[in-house]
Design a protein around this ligand. Structure first.
Ligand code: MOS
Length: 717
C-alpha cells in the first residue's frame, strides 16, 4: 500500500496482543453474574411519550427488568435545585421525562440474562407518542441560527476588506455530518461493588474524565468509582464524554443488583455517540495581483442539537493560518432535532480548512499563481492573531518535501489538460494546522530488582500507539531495552492523565514519563553515590542497597514558554487524482502527507497515524455523508453498506513524510501532536485535485460522481 515503510523505531508494543485477540476490550470482560442490557429507541423525532407498554417485555423469558422514564430511579446529578427552573439547554438527561428530542433517543432499557433475550424483549416494548413537528434540515434553519456562547464573531483589521481587492471571490462550502465509525463499538460493563461504589469497563478516551463525569451524574465521590479502559479500538473523538448508554447500564446494574453489559449496535453508533456536525460556510477572500491576501471573511453555521450548544469554532483557521491583516468571522449554531454532535478528529479545523483551503485554491486560478506559491507568499512568520513568535514552524520545508514527493512539477495549471489511459489527471494540495497543546499529567515509574521498569499513568490509548511512544521515551531516557519495560494504562486509579484528545498525549503524558524517568535516574545516581554513569546497572544498585524496587511519581505541566510562543503543528497534503470523464469516478492515484510536528518520538506508529488521518480525510472528501430522511428525521444510511468509509481498494498509495525537527520549547522531547493535522486539509486537497483534473469545483462534500457529471450524464468542463 505504501512505499516508505519506516524501519526505525519500535513496533507497536501491543500489536501481537491485538492481532491475536488477546487484548481485551471493554465488552470482553465477564464479572460474575453479568446480565445484558439492550436499549429501545424512540421512533419519532420530536414530541412526548404518551405511554409505554413494557408488560410483554417484562414477561418475556429471562427478562429481569425494563426501565423507562416512568420507573427510572432518581439520578442525583439530573435533579434541579428546589426553586430553580429546569435549564433549557445543557446535559442530556436519560429517562428523565417524557420528552423526545431526537429520533433513536433511548426510551427504555431491557435487562435480561442473555443478550438475545434482551434483544427480543426490547422488540416488545411499545410506545405511544404525541409527535410534534421536527426539523432536521440545516439549510432551512439558517435564518434561525444563533450565536454560540462567547460570541461567534471576531474582527482583525477591517471587516469585509476582501471586497476592495482586485482579485476576489465569495463562495459557499458545505460539509455533511460524518460519523466516527471506529471498529470497536461503544460498550460498557457496569458493576456496583457497594451502594455507593462502582466499577465500569467502558470504551473511553479518558478513564479519569469518565470517572469524574459519572461522579457528577450520580453524585458519588470520585474515589468510589473505578473506570477501566485498557484497549480502545478507535474513537476519533466519540469517546470523550459520558454518553446516555453508559448512564443506562449504570442505572440498570443498580436496579437489578447485577453487573450489566451494554454494547451499542452499529446502527446506534450513528445516532448515540456524536458526529461531525453538518456545517455551511461562506468565504469571501481577496488578494492583490501579486498574491498578497487583502482580507478574509469567514462565516459558518454549524448544526447542533435542541438540547445542547456544540461549538467547535470552524472559523478559527481563517484567523490563524495565513498572514492577512483583515480577517473577520461570524459563527452561528442551528439547533436541529438530532442528537448532539461532538468532537471528531480535527474538530472545527477540518471543517474550516475545507472552506479556506478550497477558497485559496480558487483564488490561485484567478491570480494564475501556483497554489503552493500563493501559500508561501502569505506564509505567517509570526502568529497572525497574537503576534507572538511560533515555538517552531517548518511549513515551507513541508511544502517542498511534499511537492517533490508528489511530482508537483507535473501539474498543469489548466484544468482537464492531462489524461492518462482515458482518465483525467489532477493535482491538488491543502494545508492543516492545529494547536500544539500540553496539559498537566503524572507518571509513576518503578524500577524492580530484576532490572525491569514499570510505567503507570491513567492515559488511554485509542489506537495511535501511545504505549509504544511511552516505552520509546522511557527506553531512551533510562538506557533500557524496550523488552524490559512494561506500560500500564487505562485505569482511573493510576497517576493523573487527561483524556486522549486534541493531539495532546505525547506532549502531555510523554513529558510526565520523561520527567519521571529523569527523576528516577537521579535517585539511582544518588543511591550509587558516585555521581553515576550514563547507563547505570539498576538491578545491581538495588541489590547492593537491599532494595526490591525504587519508584518515583512525577507531575508535569505546560511550561511558561506557552506565554511567549504560539504553538502549532502543521501539515500539508498533496494529492494526485484520476477522474473518469464518463462515470465521474474519482480514484486517488497517490497522496503525500507531510507533518511538521516537531521531533517524531515513535516513527512507526506516527507514520501509521499520519496515513490513518489522511484516509479519514479521503473519506470526508469522497464518500462519507450521513443521510437523513427529513420526513421522519431518521437516518437512512446507518450501516456500513450505505455509509461508505474508505477501504483498502480506495487507498492505493499514501506517503507519510515528517519534517522531524524538534520544537525547542514545547517539551523535553521537542514533540508536537499530529493526530488532527493528519486529517485537517486532506479533504480540500482532494477537492482541489478534482478541480484540476476536471474544471469542476465541488463545494459540497462528499464529491460523489453525480456531482461531477452534468445533467446529460457527461462531464462538462
Ligand atoms: Mo479528538 S476529536 O482530539 O479525539
Amino acid at each position: 500500500m505504501t512505499n516508505n515503510q519506516s524501519t526505525k523505531g519500535l513496533s507497536r508494543i501491543d500489536g501481537r496482543l491485538k492481532v491475536t485477540g488477546a487484548a481485551r476490550y471493554s465488552a470482553e470482560f465477564a464479572p460474575a453474574g453479568m446480565v445484558y442490557g439492550v436499549l429501545v429507541g424512540s421512533t419519532i423525532t420530536k414530541g412526548t411519550i404518551k405511554s409505554i407498554d413494557s408488560k410483554a417485555a417484562e414477561r418475556a423469558p429471562g427478562v429481569l427488568s425494563v426501565i423507562t422514564h416512568q420507573n427510572c430511579p432518581r439520578i442525583a446529578g439530573y435533579q434541579v435545585e428546589p426553586g430553580k427552573k429546569e435549564p433549557e439547554k445543557g446535559t442530556y438527561k436519560l429517562f428523565y421525562n417524557n420528552k423526545i428530542l431526537f429520533n433513536g433517543q433511548p426510551i427504555a432499557i431491557v435487562i435480561a440474562d442473555t443478550f438475545e433475550r434482551a434483544l427480543y424483549a426490547a422488540s416488545l416494548v411499545k410506545a405511544q407518542y404525541n409527535a410534534a413537528e421536527h426539523n432536521t434540515r440545516l439549510i432551512d434553519q439558517k435564518h434561525e441560527a444563533f450565536a454560540p456562547e462567547g460570541d461567534g464573531t471576531s474582527k482583525r483589521g477591517e471587516a469585509d476588506a476582501w471586497k476592495t481587492a482586485p482579485f476576489k471571490l465569495e463562495q459557499e462550502y458545505i460539509i455533511p455530518s460524518e460519523v466516527h465509525s471506529p471498529m470497536e463499538l461503544h460498550a460498557i460493563i457496569a458493576k456496583w461493588d457497594a451502594a455507593d461504589r462502582l466499577t465500569v469497563w467502558t470504551k473511553t478516551q479518558g478513564v479519569q474524565d469518565t470517572r469524574d463525569g459519572i461522579a457528577s451524574i450520580f453524585k458519588l465521590p470520585r474515589e468510589n468509582i473505578q473506570v477501566n479502559s485498557k484497549f480502545v479500538g478507535g474513537a476519533f473523538g466519540s469517546a470523550l464524554q459520558v454518553w446516555p448508554h453508559e448512564v443506562a447500564a449504570i442505572v440498570a446494574a443498580k436496579l437489578v443488583k447485577r453487573p450489566v453489559k451494554l454494547v451499542l449496535g452499529r446502527a446506534d453508533m450513528f445516532t448515540s455517540v456524536g458526529y461531525r456536525p453538518h456545517t455551511w460556510q461562506k468565504i469571501g477572500i481577496g488578494a492583490t495581483a501579486d498574491g498578497k491576501l487583502v482580507g478574509i471573511t469567514h462565516e459558518a453555521i454549524g448544526q447542533t442539537s435542541a438540547y445542547e450548544d456544540f461549538n467547535e469554532g470552524p472559523i478559527g483557521v481563517s484567523r490563524a493560518t495565513y498572514a492577512c491583516a483583515n480577517v473577520n468571522t461570524l459563527y452561528k449554531l442551528s439547533a436541529l432535532d438530532i442528537g448532539s454532535p461532538t468532537w471528531m478528529r480535527g474538530p472545527g479545523e477540518a471543517t474550516g480548512a475545507f472552506a479556506l483551503e478550497s477558497a485559496l485554491d480558487e483564488l490561485s486560478y484567478q491570480l494564475n499563481i501556483d497554489p503552493v506559491e500563493l501559500r508561501i507568499i502569505n506564509h505567517a512568520d509570526t502568529d497572525p492573531e497574537s503576534g507572538k513568535p511560533f515555538s517552531s514552524k517548518y511549513l515551507k520545508e513541508a511544502y517542498k518535501l511534499g511537492a517533490d514527493a508528489i511530482g508537483w512539477s507535473d501539474r498543469k495549471t489548466k484544468p482537464g489538460a492531462t489524461a492518462q489511459n482515458g482518465w483525467l489527471v489532477g493535482y491538488g494540495m491543502g494545508g492543516g494546522m492545529f494547536g500544539a497543546y500540553r496539559d498537566k499529567a503524572a507518571a509513576r515509574v518503578v524500577m524492580k530488582d530484576d532490572g525491569t521498569l514499570l510505567i503507570q499513568t491513567a492515559v488511554s490509548d485509542i489506537g495511535p500507539g501511545t504505549g509504544t511512544m511511552i516505552v520509546t521515551i522511557a527506553s531512551e531516557e533510562m538506557g533500557l531495552p524496550a523488552e524490559k519495560i512494561k506500560f500500564d494504562l487505562g485505569d482511573s486509579s493510576l497517576p493523573l492523565a487527561p483524556s486522549q484528545g486534541g493531539s495532546g498525549t505525547t506532549a502531555t503524558v510523554g513529558s510526565a514519563v520523561y520527567q519521571a524517568c529523569t527523576d528516577l535516574k537521579e535517585n539511582f545516581q544518588k543511591l550509587a553515590g558516585n555521581g553515576g554513569t550514563d547507563k547505570p546497572d539498576y538491578a545491581a544498585i538495588l541489590k547492593r542497597n537491599n532494595l526490591q524496587k525504587l519508584e518515583v511519581t512525577s507531575t508535569t505541566n505546560g511550561g511558561p514558554e506557552r506565554d511567549k510562543y504560539a504553538m502549532y503543528a502543521w501539515s500539508v497534503h498533496f494529492v494526485k487524482v484520476l477522474v473518469h470523464p464518463a462515470t465521474g469516478v474519482v480514484k486517488i492515484d497517490k497522496a503525500v502527507c507531510v507533518a511538521d510536528c516537531g521531533h517524531v518520538v515513535s516513527p512507526k506508529t506516527a507514520r501509521s497515524q499520519l496515513i490513518g488521518g489522511a484516509i479519514g480525510g479521503i473519506g470526508m472528501a469522497l464518500m462519507e455523508e450521513v443521510v437523513i430522511d427529513h420526513r421522519y428525521g431518521r437516518l437512512v444510511n446507518n450501516n456500513f453498506a450505505d455509509y461508505h468509509v474508505p477501504v483498502n481498494a480506495d487507498i492505493p498509495q499514501i506517503e507519510a513524510i515528517f519534517v522531524n525537527k524538534p520544537d525547542p520549547y514545547i517539551n523535553p522531547m521537542g514533540a508536537k501532536g499530529m493526530a488532527e493535522i493528519a486529517l485537517i486539509g486532506m479533504a480540500p486537497a482532494v477537492a482541489n485535485a478534482v478541480y484540476n483534473a476536471t474544471g469542476k469545483r465541488v463545494r459540497e462534500l462528499p464529491i460523489t460522481p453525480d456531482k461531477l457529471l452534468g445533467k446529460d450524464g457527461a462531464m462538462e468542463s
